[in-house]
Design a protein around this ligand. Structure first.
Ligand SMILES: *[C@@H]1O[C@H](CO)[C@@H](O)[C@H](O)[C@H]1NC(C)=O
Ligand SMILES: *[C@@H]1O[C@H](CO)[C@@H](O)[C@H](O)[C@H]1NC(C)=O
Length: 127
């Protein structure tokens, strides 16, 4: 019985290792590779102008979680906190830190003079 358990464990280890090797780390997304992007397009003129923000997980393989943006003094009142939550000065979290699926895009508009928004940290969940 114990021998069988040990055998199963060894088999499991081999299968796991070989699947890691054959799928390869190259096709997965590493931290600096396939970084999420934030696009802003002006969609309304006037005072204040209106901007469409599109945040995309550019990894075709893996969800990304805990995406934080450098967001300056972006006011929470401009956006639903489920989409972008202001945590502090220059720190906002996307989608409440929950996963963006591979190539998923999250969009919202705000009406204000433009704020610079750019990705600060994120974690890929490659399995
Ligand atoms: C951002 O804009 C560029 C150029 O306009 C476009 O190629 C890219 O697909 C856009 N990305 C997103 C997330 O919309
Ligand atoms: C943003 O505003 C544009 C133009 O007013 C509108 O077409 C678009 O549906 C809005 N998008 C979102 C995500 O609210």
């Amino acid at each position: 019985m114990q021998a069988q358990t040990a055998y199963k464990f060894i088999l499991w280890t081999l299968v796991t290792l070989s699947s890691l090797t054959s799928q390869g780390w190259a096709v997965k997304c590493a931290a600096g590779d396939h970084a999420p992007t934030v696009n802003q397009t002006q969609v309304g003129v006037g005072s204040p102008p209106k901007f469409l923000v599109e945040i995309r997980n550019n990894c075709p393989m893996c969800p990304v979680i805990n995406v934080h943006l450098k967001c300056g003094n972006f006011p929470q009142a401009l956006v639903n906190p489920r989409l972008l939550k202001v945590l502090g000065s220059d720190d906002c979290v996307v989608n409440a830190g929950l996963p963006l699926q591979p190539l998923q895009k999250l969009s919202f508009n705000y009406s204000h003079n433009k704020f610079l928004l750019r990705p600060a940290i994120w974690y890929f969940q490659c399995e």
